[in-house]
Design a protein around this ligand. Sequence first.
Ligand code: ATP
Ligand code: MG
Length: 397
Amino acid sequence: MFKAFLIKYGEIGIKGKNRHLFEDALIHQIKYALKPVEGEFLITKEQGRIYIEALGEYDYQEALESLQHVFGIVGICPVALVEEEGFDQLAEDVIAYLDNHYADKNKTFKVNTRRARKSYPLSSMEVNAALGERILKAIPEMKVDVHQPEIMVNVEIRRKINIYSEIIPGPGGMPVGTNGKGMLLLSGGIDSPVAGYMIAKRGVKIDAVYFHAPPYTSERAKQKVVDLAKIVAKYSGPIYLKVVNFTDIQMYIYEKCPHEELTIIMRRYMMRIAEHFARETNSLGLITGESIGQVASQTMQSLAATDEVCELPVYRPLIGFDKQEIIGVSEKIGTYETSILPYEDCCTIFVAKHPVTKPSLKVIRRSETHLKEKIDEMVKTAIETAETIIVEADMAE
Ligand code: ATP
Ligand code: MG
C-alpha cells in the first residue's frame, strides 16, 4: 500500500508571494479534511509540491476521498518515495513498484523522468532509456508505447525520488481561505447549496444564513438545511450557520402588503438581514442560488428589486445555469438527495397564486411603507434572537 500522496495544485500556486498564502491555505484545508480519517499524517511542502505521508497504518480509501474534497488540489498521486542510492537501486525500486501495483502485467508503458535535482548524474532521457530497458527485462509481459501508454511511469528525481503512475483528479479551484469570506443565503432547495459550493471553490470561506418560519416550517426542514450545510462543509470547511426566525416578519408582510408582491418583499428583508450578519462577521458579499428566469422572483426585474436593498455585492454563481445543469452539479457534490426531501420551505407556504414577474421598484417601495410601524423592531428582534450553529463536515457519511 502507498505510504504517501503527492499533491499537484494549479498554476496559481507558482505566482510570487501569493504562492505561500496559497500553499499554507491548502495545507490547512488538507489537515482539516484528513482530521476524521483513520491514521496519522505528516504534511510537508517542498519545491512547489505538497506531500502527505502516512505514519503507520491508515485508511487509503478514506484519505483519498477526503482529499478529493479539497479545493486547490488538481491531482492526487499515490506515490512511492525512495532514497537515492544509485541507478541499480532505482531500477529495482521502479520494478518493485510496478510489480506491487499492477496485478495484470500485460500493459504498455512509458517512463517519464523529470530531474528536479540537476546534480543527478544521468539526464532525463538517459534515465528513461535505461529504466525502460530494465523494466522490459524484469517484466517481459510489459511493452513500451511512447504515444499512448497504459501506464505512465513517472520518475521525479527530487530530494527523494518520486515514483508514481496514477493521477487521480482533485476538485480544482482555489484553497478555501485565499479569497475572503461570503455570506450564503442557504435554503433547503437544490440551488443554494450548489451556489455555496461554487463560491467556496474559488477560495472563499462560507458563512450561511437560513430563514426559518416555525411552525409553518418544521424542525425537520431546519435539520435538512443543517444537513445540506454539512455536505457543503466537506468542501468549504466549517460553516457558521445563522438560523433566523422569520415568522413574524413574514406574517406581517402577508398582512400589510399585496399578496402578489409578497415573495419580492420577503426576499428584500432576507437580503437586509443577511447583509447585517455579513457586515458583523466581515463577509465581503452575499451569495444566493438564483438564476435568471427560474421563477417569478428571479426575473431580471425581480433580481433588480432584491439587489436594491443591499450595498454589499450579491454573488449569484448560478445566474446563467439551467435547472438541469444545477442538478448535475448537486448530484456530483452530493447535495441532491438531501435537497429533494419534501420538507416545506418558507417561500412556498406564503406564495401567491400570481406573483408579480416585473415588479416596479416604485410600487414595491410604496408597499413596504405599509410596514413602517413595526418592521424595524421586528428585524431587530429577528437579528437578536438568531441562533448560531457551527456546522462541521461529517466525513463518515
Ligand atoms: P433554492 O433551491 O436554493 O431554494 P429556489 O429555486 O427555491 O432556490 P427561491 O426560493 O426563489 O429559489 O430562492 C432564491 C434564493 O434565495 C435561494 O437560492 C437562496 O439563496 C435564497 N433563499 C430562499 N429562501 C431562503 C431561506 N428560507 N433561507 C435562506 N435563503 C433563502
Ligand atoms: Mg427555495
